[in-house]
Write a protein that binds this ligand. Structure first.
Ligand SMILES: [Zn+2]
Length: 287
């Protein structure tokens, strides 16, 4: 991708290096113990819990200084995601304007280890996610390394696809799609909701493709091999692939994001058409 020297978004909240400090409850006590259990439950490391249970003397809820003790690589990763976020702002503002709507920029929180979101505690192991309650994308940039090494999806465009997917959820939120799904959720069984979740996620993949389509037309951001990196990443995070890797077998009824083939196909459909009207994954049959 061509990304250096381009605009970086102002909507990045970089709290890396702050670690668990944001979770410190004054004086510890029962509240801290509950939070510690939540952190552990969410896959937090024991160090995070220690930090919560034994707050440093006089620990208060001060925001850590951004870029404190960041390595050059970490700093560069922060610049990269700020450029991608800016690209999503430029594309979605234009697309919304064409629909007679106004796009509200989301914020992106860069954290390390654990933090608190409007949707509950966030830890590195939960992976990047979008919280509709506070309209923020949360990402521990260590995930980008994991994408490359553990999920075998290297390349800068693989990372851009992940960010564009999360911003896709923000687009769904603004279009009222998330609220609709949420309303229907209370009437569904777990298995039924999983099917709806797959449709929601595949649409976010589609929207990531739509973003790539328009970003390329507006700014010529793509280098040879970029779309292949995105396609590879989309299939690397398919439920079937991940289940086969982690547990050795596949349980389709537990899928929440779609198969590798579906994720790749919807991403590509968005990229090729750039047309929001082509992305109704809720009516698509077969999906
Ligand atoms: Zn998603």
């Amino acid at each position: 991708m061509f990304w250096r020297g381009r605009r970086q978004s102002d909507n990045v909240e970089d709290i890396r290096g702050g670690g668990g400090r944001k979770l410190v409850v004054a004086g510890g006590g029962l509240g801290a113990i509950i939070i510690a259990l939540v952190v552990l439950f969410l896959g937090g490391k024991p160090e995070d819990v220690v930090r919560v249970l034994q707050p440093q003397q006089g620990a208060v809820q001060t925001a850590p200084t951004p870029h404190q003790a960041l390595s050059p690589q970490e700093k560069e990763a922060g610049e990269f995601v700020a450029v991608i976020l800016a690209d999503t702002e430029d594309v979605w503002r234009a697309v919304f304007r064409n629909m007679g709507k106004t796009y509200r920029d989301p914020k992106m929180v860069l954290f390390s280890d654990v933090t608190r979101s409007g949707c509950g505690a966030a830890s590195a192991s939960t992976g990047p996610f979008y919280c509709p309650a506070d309209e923020k994308v949360y990402i521990d940039l260590a995930f980008l390394g994991e994408l490359q090494h553990r999920l075998n999806a290297p390349g800068d465009f693989a990372a851009a696809y992940v960010i564009a997917h999360e911003v896709g959820h923000h687009v769904q939120n603004q279009l009222g799609i998330m609220a609709q799904v949420d309303r229907a959720r209370s009437r569904m069984t777990r298995a039924e909701y999983n099917h709806v979740s797959v449709r929601l996620e595949l649409q976010a993949d589609f929207l990531a493709g739509v973003w790539a389509h328009h970003a390329e037309r507006m700014k010529n951001i793509l280098e040879a091999g970029d779309i292949e990196e995105g396609m590879n990443a989309a299939s690397a995070v398919g439920d079937d692939r991940i289940q086969r890797q982690s547990q050795g077998y596949v349980q389709p009824e537990t899928f929440t994001h779609g198969t590798s083939e579906q994720r790749l196909r919807w991403f590509l459909k968005g990229y090729k058409t750039g047309d929001l009207n082509q992305g109704d994954t809720f009516r698509a049959n077969p999906l």
